[in-house]
Ligand binder design. Sequence first.
Ligand SMILES: [Zn+2]
Length: 282
Amino acid sequence: MSIRLWQLHLITAGFSVASVACAASRAAQTSRDPQISGSPTTVVIDAGHGGFDRGGIPSQRIPEKEMTLDVAQRLKTLLAASGYNVVMTRDSDVFVPLPSRVAIANSYRNAIFVCIHFNSANRMGAGGIETYFYGRDSLPLASAIHYYVAGGAPSSNRGVRRRGFYVLRKTTVPAVLVECGFLTNPTEGEYVQTVSYRQKLAEEIAAGVRARNSVAASSTTRMATADSVPLQSYIDQTKTSNSERSRRHSRKKRSRSSSSKKKSSSKATGSEANVILNEQEG
Ligand SMILES: [Zn+2]
């Protein structure tokens, strides 16, 4: 609870800090995206879940599928106004299988893929923004989007992470999955239910899309670089989760060979890690 109160106090300050941070790349944000080979970049926007797939966890009050679609549609409007060719994997409350979403992205040669999700966890205190990529070519886009979204949101920064979500592994174009906060967190959930905040999320994602090339070109940027991002492969994360479960069920049988560092790392991800694994399928 004290953390939540602390964050409430920082809400105003957070946006101020974001303004300062964004000012550093204001030139990149306001400029139009450079056109490659004379044709506009296609941005394939993927609103997570849809139809019977509500997203999140069963006890969750706020439907993730509605929030992702709303932010995706706002992002579509913003990017189209900036001259991008925008394609939606879904533009209504329908279920689209993951292979179909990937196929749409891969059908455009000059494209980037932006997948919008919200997180959830059984622990109400879990919160923050995290952005995922898989292929190295996707890192500049992930860094840029995360820089703006995490900088513009009053939520904690959970970092840019590398993980093998299906839609990131199977896409052949630069692909990013941004988790725009926890719908199970009372503070973040309240924000996301407001139109103004969903619009702000869309604006920050759009700013990241516009700035992605400047991230790739600059080695002095404050954004993440290929050497600074902790790589968390999907397989490794699964093993960590499984070993933690094994410890719970047969703690006394286990040797004490596991380092304390590994234990604390497992506890830190905890239930969110399981939710993230669920995200793999939906
Ligand atoms: Zn999701």
